[in-house]
Design a protein around this ligand. Structure first.
Ligand code: BES
Ligand code: ZN
Ligand code: ZN
Length: 488
């Protein structure tokens, strides 16, 4: 999708369709030209309600207010309604600004268009896609004082980068396990590094053995697809901060010998969502040329069954020397992350470490399909994630650690057990398990984000389509952008 931004009046721009956002049901607003027709059609302008006046070449959509969280899904819903309608190649839109010099709603509009225009058609013989190739954005009615061309252009540019990176992540997650296994994830990372000027190091099983990542290797053992650990780095000169991102990249999670029931196994190609989000983030960060050093690590593994599989009753030794009693092979993500987190800390001394993982079904039960759980020791950093997620249009909620739950992952025979002895509080006990693999000097700098709910949903919601959402990408990009502004 190409974006052109112009000071011309909207009526003078040639396009196949105009998309008009009706704010807070205000049908009397000057931008609403077809009041009578809209009334006749029963259109009230409520959030995400669309009304396409084909003859008028206008598509109306409602948004509750001018905030990004309302504009983004509204515009996404509008453009999604055009899927497969080949005639609409060019679309024009006016701009909506909440405060003078505030370009947030312009960025949200662009994000909504790119995110809403996403379709995953790789496995379809007949492809029904978004027809829109060009979007003309008019700054009509906005004097340079209210919003300058330069500020608007930057908002459009950044919105495009953020949403394209989210779509890149969605593509990886939606790809089937036999088309996207650890080696392929590593290939994707290598290609990205080459295109975007990132440093790239891929650890193959031999290197993983040398690094003593025995927990990760045990999870990978029964699969014909051998594991990889990916390390990408964006290293600008004189960085304002150093950030490490770590992602769970289970290209398939069958549960292993503690096999998942059939209904629960479906969608487990999405267990690579954390790692895929890290790849999408590295793409966006390099394209925005942010003055922050960012390291992205992905533990890419397939959890399968076989004569060679790791077992409940095994005791594994992680990279940091801690021993882990295995009581359930389906709690594999924390084992892969334990070693990947330990390796990441050995390689980089970071100001902040964030990990992303579809770690627990318990997180989905606890907070629902649309929200991620945020855990860690430092309330300020958790708050920062929450604030930036809200701006980015992602839902998160803090889940606090506590010492009572910590006791439930004790082991009689090893340093720690990979599951809790209670079936309650599973998202938190998984987070507390990970904390055992964070060094003392990194404890206050680390936050774990359980994206098991929003990463993959089998219906469209907000600006997200059926399937992968790209959860984590926009919230963390915003956070890193905010650090690049705050620290100068
Ligand atoms: N990948 C799953 C978690 C998951 C569940 C992600 C649903 C997305 C949707 C993870 O590896 C897992 O299986 N966790 C177990 C842990 C249990 C054995 C302690 C779970 O949540 O049931
Ligand atoms: Zn599992
Ligand atoms: Zn898993």
């Amino acid at each position: 999708m190409n974006f052109n931004i112009t000071a011309s009046n909207i009526k003078d721009i040639k396009a196949d369709l105009e998309i008009i956002v009706v704010i807070d049901g205000d049908l009397q607003h000057a931008s609403v030209k077809d009041r009578k027709l809209l009334k006749k059609a029963g259109f009230s302008g409520s959030q995400d309600e669309v009304c396409h006046l084909i003859e008028k070449k206008r598509l109306y959509v409602g948004a509750a207010d001018l905030k990004g969280a309302a504009i983004r899904p509204a515009v996404a819903t509008a453009i999604r309604s055009l899927t497969g309608k080949k005639a609409y190649k060019t679309v024009k839109m006016a701009t909506y600004v909440s405060h003078p010099r505030c370009s947030a709603s312009i960025r949200a509009m662009v994000e909504g268009l790119v995110l809403g225009g996403y379709t995953f058609t790789q496995y379809k013989s007949k492809k029904s896609e978004c027809p829109v190739k060009t979007v003309e954005i008019s700054l009509e009615g906005r004097d340079a004082h209210e919003i300058s061309m330069e500020v608007a252009a930057r908002a459009v540019h950044n919105g495009e980068i953020a949403a394209e990176a989210t779509n890149f992540t969605r593509d990886i997650v939606n790809t089937t396990p036999d088309d996207c296994y650890p080696e392929i994830m590593a290939n994707i990372a290598e290609k990205l590094a080459k295109n975007n000027g990132l440093k790239c190091n891929i650890l193959t099983p031999k290197a993983l053995k040398k690094e003593k990542m025995e927990a990760l290797l045990a999870v990978a053992r029964a699969s014909r697809h051998k594991p990889r650990v990916i390390h990408l780095a964006h290293t600008p000169k004189k960085p304002k901060a150093v950030i490490t991102l770590v992602g769970k990249g289970l290209t398939y999670d069958s549960g292993g010998l503690s096999l998942k029931p059939a209904d629960y196994m479906v969608t487990m190609k999405s267990d690579k969502s954390g790692g895929s989000a890290v790849l999408g983030l590295m793409k966006a960060i390099s394209e925005m040329e942010l003055p922050i050093e960012v390291h992205g690590f992905v533990g890419a593994v397939e959890n399968m069954i076989g004569g060679d599989a790791y077992k409940p009753d095994d005791v594994l030794k992680a990279k940091n020397g801690k021993t882990i009693e295995i009581r359930n092979t389906d709690a594999e993500g924390r084992l892969v992350l334990a070693d990947t987190l330990a390796y990441a800390q050995q390689e980089v001394k970071a100001d902040y470490i964030f990990d992303f993982a579809t770690l627990t079904g318990a997180c989905v039960v606890g907070v629902g399909h649309y929200t991620s759980g945020v855990m860690g020791f430092n309330d300020e950093v958790k708050e920062l994630v929450k604030k930036q997620a809200r701006i980015a249009g992602e839902l998160v909620t803090p889940l606090d650690f506590n010492d009572y739950l910590k006791k439930t992952i004790k082991s009689e025979i090893a340093d720690i057990c990979n599951i809790s002895n209670t079936r309650y509080g599973g998202a938190i006990t998984a987070g507390q398990f990970l904390s055992e693999f964070i060094d003392e000097d990194h404890k206050e700098r680390w936050v774990h984000i359980d994206i098991a709910g929003p990463a993959f949903v089998e219906h469209a919601w907000g600006e997200n389509p059926h399937g992968a959402s790209g959860a984590g990408v926009r919230m963390m990009l915003r956070l890193i952008e905010s650090l690049s502004r705050d620290t100068h």
